[in-house]
Design a protein around this ligand. Sequence first.
Ligand code: NAD
Ligand code: ZN
Length: 271
Amino acid sequence: MSPWKAAATSPSMDDVRESYRRAGALLAEARRIVVLTGAGVSTESGIPDFRSPSGVWKRYDPRQLNYERFCTSIVTRRATWELARMSYPLLRGATPGAAHRAIAAIETAGRLDRLVTQNVDGLHQKAGNSPERIIEIHGSSLRAVCIDCGREHDREALQRQLLAGDVVVPDCEGCGGRVKPATISFGQPMPERETLDAFAAATSCDLMLVAGSSLVVYPAAGLPDQAVAVGARLVVVNNEETPKDSIADVVVRGSAGESLAAMVREAGFAA
Ligand code: NAD
Ligand code: ZN
């Protein structure tokens, strides 16, 4: 099949419907689907992506709050935990949207192999996808872990201490070491097991569906190439162009919620 894409800029309604139909047909044919999601599936749940002109990311540039500085500077640890204290209620309280529900419907239909997410918001779990199928390749902001001894810390309890002002920068109860939100910061090594699992899934899928990712952050952005290399179909859903559109079988340009809901309906999966 030759690649099919709606026009890159403002596709017509007919083009958009045709992209839903083609993507839905590929979903219906597939038996081992791997889904890769990015921040764009959660913006409709009120969680800003990096690109949105949001005050949070302007004031706390994640590139400044990088891993090396977290490890070496108390100033960075304080800023990291200040941001975590402020953003945790938004992430913890967010509800899944149409995009998350459509992806859950792929699992209910028995076609989902793994769901690889770059998101740290836990919304796929809340939408009903099984935890054992989800690979959180950039960790989770709903957990906290000691980077010195690996001990998990109760994020909910930490939040109460942070809000009460009892704690500004948490120390590990076990070893006295540095506790960090369990997300992967810039410059932090990728989690080995999750990364291996994600590439293994990409190597054995027959269709990869990418939604709401700019596909510029590696190694996650290498997953579509891996899937295509082993002969899988590739569907990319995003509201702007991505560097992987050129290798996709179908590119769906639009809102993740509306597009994914339409595609799973076309596939005959109940959303
Ligand atoms: P990104 O911000 O680089 O890209 C998001 C893409 O989604 C952009 O191309 C944007 O135009 C598109 N988009 C935004 N809203 C959309 C919508 N409603 N429908 C369709 N497309 C939409 O995010 P990324 O690719 O996930 O990678 C960057 C990093 O951001 C990841 O490492 C991730 O860990 C982190 N992050 C996560 C969250 C979260 O957990 N929700 C939020 C912000 C950043
Ligand atoms: Zn420790």
